[in-house]
Every structure is written in C-alpha cells, then in structure tokens.
Design a protein. Sequence first.
Length: 451
Amino acid sequence: KSDVKLPEKTGEDLVSLVPYAEIPLLRKNWAPSPWWTDSHRAFLLDMRMTLTNMLPEFMDIETKGEYVGSELAQKVGATGILACLNGMACMGVAQKLKDEGKMTFPGGMEPKNFDLWHEYLANQEFARALPVGVRNGLSGGMSISMPAIATFWKDPRKDVVVEQIILGQKRSCLAISEPHAGSDVAKIVTMARKSKCGKYYIVNGIKKWITSGMNADLFSVAVRTGAGGAGGISFLLVDRNDPKTAGGVSVKHIKTSDAKAAATAWVYFDDCYVPVENLMGKENQGFKLIMANFNHERWLICAGVMGGIRVILKECFLWCMQREVFGKNLMSQPVIRNKLAKMIGSIESLEGYMESITYQMANMEHASAMTELGGPTAILKYQTTRIMTLVVDEACQLFGGRALTASGMGKNVEIIQRTYKFASILGGSEEIMADLGVRQALQFFPPDAKL
C-alpha cells in the first residue's frame, strides 16, 4: 500500500480564470505591457500564495473584533511583505536584513531590484487578499508614515527604526488630521514649542481618525511651531517608547465602520516632550514634506482600491452565473449584463489610468514629479473612488440581501459596502482632490491660449 500525496498548490493555481478578475499581467494569452517583467509576475504570485496561507489568521482577528497583535505583525514582516508595502524608501534596509537572514522576500527577489511596479503590485494584492480591518491594522498607518521617516528624518538612528518597522517589531502611523482640520492641513492647531533648555519640543493637541493609532509606537505628526497657515507647520517623529515622551502621549479607540482591527484612534498630546533631533526636515517647513508624502499616500490608496474592486467584480461574475431567479440565472438577464459591463469598463479604464501615472512616477525626474504629478495624482484618486462607488453600488444590487449580511457568499460585498467611503475621504476627500487637480492644471495654463 503506497501513500498518495496530492501535489502542492503553486501561485499559478491561484490565478483566477474568471473574466477580468485579474490584471492584464496575469491573463492567459495577453501580451504584457512593456513595464512588466517575469520578476513582477513571480513576485505577485509568491505574495498571493503567502497571504493565502495566512488568511485564516487574518479572518480570525477580523471576525473576533481584535487588534492585530505584535506576533502576527512580525510574522508578516519576516516574509518581506511589510517592506514591500512601504516601498522604495526602505529597500536599502530590507536588503541588509535579507543578507543577514532576518527576512525573506516575495518571489525570491533581491530588495535592491525592487521597483515602483513591485510596490504597486504589493499594495494591490494586499488589499485583494486581506479583510479590510486587518489590512489597515497592519499597513494602513505604517505605509503612509514609514516612507516619510525613511525619506525626511536625517537622524543616525533612522535605519534602526526603519528596520524595526518593516520587521513588525514596532508600528508607525501618520498623525495629521484633527477634530477641526481634516483635508485643510494648514489649519492644524496642535502646538509644539521649544523647552527652555532647547532640547525638546513640548507638544500639546489632539489628533483624530488615526489609522493604526492604538498599536503605534511611532507617530509622524504635523505640529504648529510658527505662525498660522502652511508656513508655520513642522513634521515631528514622536516615539512613544522614549521614557521622556511616553507620559505625554495617550490613545483612545474610535469605533468606525471599519473593524476594530484597524485600530483607529484619538491621539492626545499633553505636555509631550519630543527631542529636537526628532524633527523631520526643517522647522516651519514641514508642510511641503507632508504634501509630498500625501502624493505617495494617495497613490497607495488608489492601488488598494484597484485590488479591492477586482475581487468584487470577480464575485459578481460568479454570483450572477449561479444565482437563479424565476427559473433562469441572473447572467441571462440583459439588465444584469449591462451592470457588469459598467463595472468592467470602469475598472479596466482605471487600470490604464493608474498604470499611466505609475509610469510617470517611475520615470520622471524627481524635481519635475514634485510639481507635475500632484494634480494628476489628485484627479486619479478622485476618479478611483468615484469608480469604487459605482462598483460597490452595482455589487449591492446584484447580491441583494446578501450584500447586507456579514457572512455567507456576500460577506466580501458587505465588508466593502460598509467601508468603501474611507478611501473617498482619507488622504483628501473627493471634492478637495477634484479642486486640487484643476487648480494644479491652471498653474500650467498658457496665458495666450484662446478658442
């Protein structure tokens, strides 16, 4: 009698054959776009396999209403995925960790060969694979704060801090929004004044809606060090583990539409002493750093939305093929096929738009990108969340009551219909994004142009 062992699944086995469920890179017989390589495909499939194997742990935390624990964060960090979500800014440190055997990397690639397209794929796949609360608890605060630390903080401790974050040993979050200042960053009132000895900033104020704030060790914080308006804002790194700082920082959970795992928080600073060495950039010049960080944050949000809505499109296809109404499956109805056509057309056009902006980010000179891409990225975010609204609305109509039920075949639609407005508001609301995009375009309007 011989033992029969079934072959193990590979990443290729996880590629869906449902029409439009995958990006063009993974479609059979589709020619790859010039920017995609075999490295990108191998990277994506290995990351999908890793996350699929960990999915039961993610779902357990999401459904039990727990925070993401340090042990799970470190487990994900050891795979290199947290580094991938943070992107190009941390790859030097990631290469060192891989060389030391402290970290593997998706697809077996070397971090030094990681590019912006790998980062794009990583954030799409992470959103596609994980329940939204756990995703935000693991990466929602980190991926919009750690790149700022890696880019703008010039302290010699920087690489050690980055290493701790991408290994999941410490958590970071971005603390900009306040009860009276959301998209209008120039109106923040959290104050930071110098101590008499000159060695500390003393921070007082409140931050609100801070993703991952309940778990965070490190806060990238917008503070006011000067006069009103954008010119008086500085960017500080607040380390909650610093004994001098710890007593001045406290957090409180905010219950939102998202799961508890997202760890959304109030953050209170009460005579919080922060070493002057933790200033990122120069005093009173933090606004431009925050705006530069926002461009990357908005792009990340768009990548995540793309991953999420493709899953929903796939599930709508599957549901319409199997659900029977009045003796026929839903797909036999022209009105249903019309709904799917709207979803497909919107998602496919958005993929092209997203890849176009990503190509410019990857190839444009940095100085030009700072001036040229702020407006287009804002419009991209506006268009992305508008399309997400359309897709979620149509998905709810197709799934009916199951779209409102937090279990069963419609559970993923229920999650996204409950949380999709986060992307529309966080990182800059749709109205602000639309206005910013047009105002930026007007800066380049030729003065002699006429009909």
